[in-house]
Each structure stands twice: as structure tokens, then as C-alpha cells.
Ligand binder design. Structure first.
Ligand code: FES
Length: 113
């Protein structure tokens, strides 16, 4: 039985290849938002799918992200973000960061926290 206080689920952790990210649409603060959900082992991070450089989506085609070696690379102009923190480490918005969305993983399910 599902407790009524449970946070909305975004996806199964197993839906995300380890070290990669998928797109999930979710209701955040009353708005449907495109989110990037990144997996590292048993943990997940989520960010709005919006680059702080020019406000473009991060994916190169809908739902497909450039993620390599723990770095998320914006498909528009190549800004590079540390997947664990969202910090931009290279590119045109170096020093800025992705806007994070708090998530938690329990029983293999990624939920808004
Ligand atoms: S919009 Fe992402 S690097 Fe320019």
C-alpha cells in the first residue's frame, strides 16, 4: 500500500544507465518541467534541463544527453558541468551551475525529495 505522504516518483533507478542520464518530465512547483536525472551507482541527481548559459536545453536530441566521465556537456555550446554538483567547470558559463531539483532514492525508485 502506498502511503499518501510519499513523494512523486520520477523513474526507476534501473531506468538510468550507471554514469548516464535520462530525461523525465515532472510537476515541479505546479509546472511541468523537463528534468535531467543522472545516476551514479545507487545515487541520483536531478537538474532542470536548462543550461545557465543561454537557457537552451542540455540534450542534443530530446531525452539524449552528452554525459562522459561524470561530466554533463551542454549540446548547444559545450558548457561542461560536474554531474555530482551541477557546477560548470568549462565553457561559456564557467562558474555558474545547473539548477538542481532535490531527489532521493529508496527501494530502487527515484523520487522528488
Ligand atoms: S546554452 Fe548551453 S553552452 Fe550555451
Amino acid at each position: 500500500m502506498t502511503p499518501i505522504t510519499e513523494s512523486p516518483s520520477l523513474c526507476l533507478l534501473a531506468d538510468i544507465p550507471d554514469g548516464n542520464a535520462i530525461e523525465v518530465e515532472a510537476l515541479v512547483n505546479g509546472e511541468v518541467e523537463s528534468l535531467l536525472v543522472y545516476r551514479h551507482g545507487d545515487e541520483a541527481r536531478a537538474y532542470f534541463n536548462v543550461c545557465p548559459h543561454a537557457g537552451r536545453r542540455l540534450d542534443y536530441v530530446p531525452g539524449k544527453f552528452l554525459v562522459r566521465g561524470g561530466q554533463i556537456i551542454c549540446a548547444a555550446h559545450g558548457a561542461t558541468f560536474t554531474a555530482e554538483s551541477g557546477d560548470c567547470t568549462a565553457g561559456p558559463c564557467r562558474g555558474d551551475r545547473l539548477r538542481g531539483v532535490p531527489v532521493a532514492v529508496a527501494d530502487g525508485i527515484v523520487r522528488l525529495a
